[in-house]
Design a protein around this ligand. Structure first.
Ligand code: FO1
Length: 309
């Protein structure tokens, strides 16, 4: 088994290449749920859906989220009724949220609901939410404290970040299978996801960091920062808001207590020595994934470099 820790779009791109070079059923993905939000009484799990839709082959590839060729009639009608409609939920996508919310109301756990959605969509990878408990990432900004989606989508990440709060982190327990997957895998991959609001949230769950430290498997992270900037998303604003240097080194530093290898883009090769000084092996690669070939090549390289002994 190979286990991946994942956020949304960057992770999904990489995983879509990985499942072309290993059998999909051998992959377990532990997914961030800090981005989850309730809208119109529905439970939305953006990162779980991004990974699931991507592996099911139905994601809107241009945006990286939502379902391809979706329509937005329901949202348009909600707007006419006077609701806020800043989060673009397509008609087909809404069916997922309705289904998820019905099953949660029947008493199923988010992990059970996720399994059911994966089964229906023909996804063979084992996708597990990091926790079944309520957990939300909130951003403290100069315009006030707000949910991560409000900061990112509604306000376009324009506010100055002063701090980050993981609401529910103290009580949140890892979902069933999370710790076991980390401990029993032959390889753990930290996807190229935001180190604060995607991977940082997973690492904040009780027992996850300890499991990563004690797991005998190689643990490799793919840099989400290339040439000093994130490929996508607000990682730079969040990192600098927390007083962190925005660099690949800085990401490796955040994972230094458990990481064995770090995939660094050729564009950042001058950071190699600094990362190696943390006791972490550096794998140089082209990490920008434009084509299916790019994604496969990156996955193959990681398997070759980490599983060769
Ligand atoms: N991201 C946006 O930037 N704008 C949107 O309107 C939006 C809608 C959306 C709907 C469903 C879904 O699963 C994801 C959606 N995302 C949207 C992506 C999401 O907000 C973030 O990219 C992830 O949470 C970050 O990993």
């Amino acid at each position: 088994m190979i286990t991946a820790l994942a956020g949304g779009v960057g992770a999904a791109k990489f995983l879509s290449g990985l499942v072309k070079v290993i059998p999909e059923e051998e992959l377990t993905v532990i997914v961030n749920t800090g981005d989850d939000i309730e809208l119109y009484g529905l439970h939305i799990s953006p990162d779980i859906d991004i990974i699931t839709y991507t592996l099911a082959g139905i994601v809107d590839e241009e945006r990286g989220w939502g379902i391809k060729n979706d329509t937005f009639n329901c949202l348009e009608m909600l707007r006419r009724y006077g609701y806020e409609t800043w989060f673009n939920l397509g008609d087909r996508d809404l069916a997922t949220h309705i289904h998820r919310t019905i099953l949660l109301k029947r008493g199923l756990k988010l992990s059970q609901v996720t399994k059911e959605i994966c089964r229906s969509l023909g996804v063979k990878a084992n996708i597990i939410p990091m926790t079944n408990n309520k957990f939300e990432t909130w951003i403290e900004t100069d315009a006030g404290l707000m949910h991560f989606q409000e900061y990112l989508v509604k306000r376009g990440a324009k506010d100055r970040v002063l701090g980050i709060k993981y609401l529910g982190a103290e009580e949140a327990k890892p979902a069933e299978g999370v710790i076991e997957a980390i401990l029993n895998s032959k390889l753990v991959i930290i996807c190229p996801s935001n180190p604060i609001v995607s991977i940082g949230t997973i690492l904040s769950i009780r027992g996850v960091r300890e499991a990563l430290r004690s797991s005998k498997a190689p643990k490799v992270a793919i840099s989400p920062i290339v040439a000093g900037a994130p490929i996508k998303g607000p990682a730079d604003k969040l990192m600098s808001g927390l007083g962190l240097e925005v660099s690949a080194y800085s990401v490796a530093y955040l994972y230094r207590d458990f990481l064995t290898a770090f995939v660094l883009d050729y564009l950042d090769k001058e950071e190699k020595d600094r990362i190696e000084s943390l006791g972490i092996k550096v794998i140089l690669a082209n990490t920008i994934m434009r084509t299916t070939e790019d994604k496969k090549r990156l996955a193959e390289l990681i398997l070759k470099e980490t599983l060769k002994e």
